[in-house]
Design a protein around this ligand. Structure first.
Ligand code: IPD
Ligand code: CA
Ligand code: CA
Length: 257
């Protein structure tokens, strides 16, 4: 099935809301935890949210490819690919911190097309479609105008793997000496949305997965932001390292990576 552009965005928003409301209904309840790594958690709620999303996409778009965090991968060609994070911010969710989202992205020929992030506890819907601007709850959003690191509030995350921890800490220290402040909120998808809406001026993280970034990338690009690899190289969703900003502080931040 092919829908008109606006209908595709609406489908994605409705789906993110449905999955997000499922997360909300289960927030604060007892969860059975499983570990994908030493500190990398997954719950039955991550899986429930993903099942709901994948079932609906499969029903509506059987010819689309799917890349989803909790072990679903369906290869149906390159034209349309969904990147699904059914719960971005699992550690927050488990600790009952109300900062997490459903992150859904649709890429067309592997280029950003649609991105939606929904935080069901704040009610915030961030969404964008390539070429049509970025929105938060229906209001157009844009990146900040900060041009000096000393005025900039930036955000980051730390990888689950300890292998790159020393580099991450050294980078954090270098940046902390130059900026107004650094936050670590626990959802890469929402971090990107908050750069897109001008609350943060920049974001970086290493070793992310495509589903952590895919939706936020569409939203930030449509809000006028810039996205590269850590050293300014062309951004690659599969590479895992991201430097994202309002554009104006990008080169200065890059110099500290
Ligand atoms: C995580 C969050 C976190 C980031 C981690 C991600 P998950 O995703 O986005 O902010 O620092 O690297 O893996 O595991 O909650 O979906
Ligand atoms: Ca994630
Ligand atoms: Ca997740």
């Amino acid at each position: 099935m092919t829908l008109a552009r606006a209908a595709m965005l609406d489908f994605t928003v409705q789906l993110a809301k449905k999955a997000g409301n499922y997360l909300k209904e289960n927030f604060g309840k007892d969860l059975t935890l499983e570990y994908k790594g030493r500190i990398d958690l997954v719950t039955k709620i991550d899986r429930g949210s993903q099942d709901l999303i994948v079932a609906e996409i499969e029903q509506s778009f059987p010819d689309h490819s799917i890349v989803a965090e909790e072990g679903v991968s369906r290869e149906k060609g390159r034209e349309y690919t969904w990147f699904i994070d059914p719960l971005d911010g699992t550690v927050n969710y488990v600790h009952r911190i109300p900062f997490f989202c459903v992150s859904l992205a649709l890429y067309r020929n592997m280029e950003p097309f649609i991105g939606v992030c929904y935080n069901p506890l704040s009610g915030d819907v961030f969404c964008a479609q390539r070429g049509s601007g970025a929105f938060r709850n229906g209001e157009r959003i844009a990146v900040s105008s900060s041009s000096r690191l000393v005025d900039s509030l930036v955000v980051t995350g730390f990888p689950y793997s300890l292998a790159v921890l020393d580099d991450s800490i050294a980078r954090f220290t270098r940046i902390l000496r130059e900026v107004q402040g650094i936050r670590r909120l626990g959802s890469a998808a929402l971090d990107l949305c908050f750069v897109a809406s001008g609350s943060f001026d920049g974001f970086w993280e290493v070793s992310l997965k495509p589903w952590d970034m895919a939706a936020g990338v569409v939203i930030l690009l449509e809000a006028g932001g810039r996205i590269t690899g850590l050293c300014g190289e062309k951004f690659d969703l599969n590479h895992g390292n991201i430097l994202a900003s309002n554009g104006k502080i990008h080169d200065d931040l890059r110099g500290l990576m």
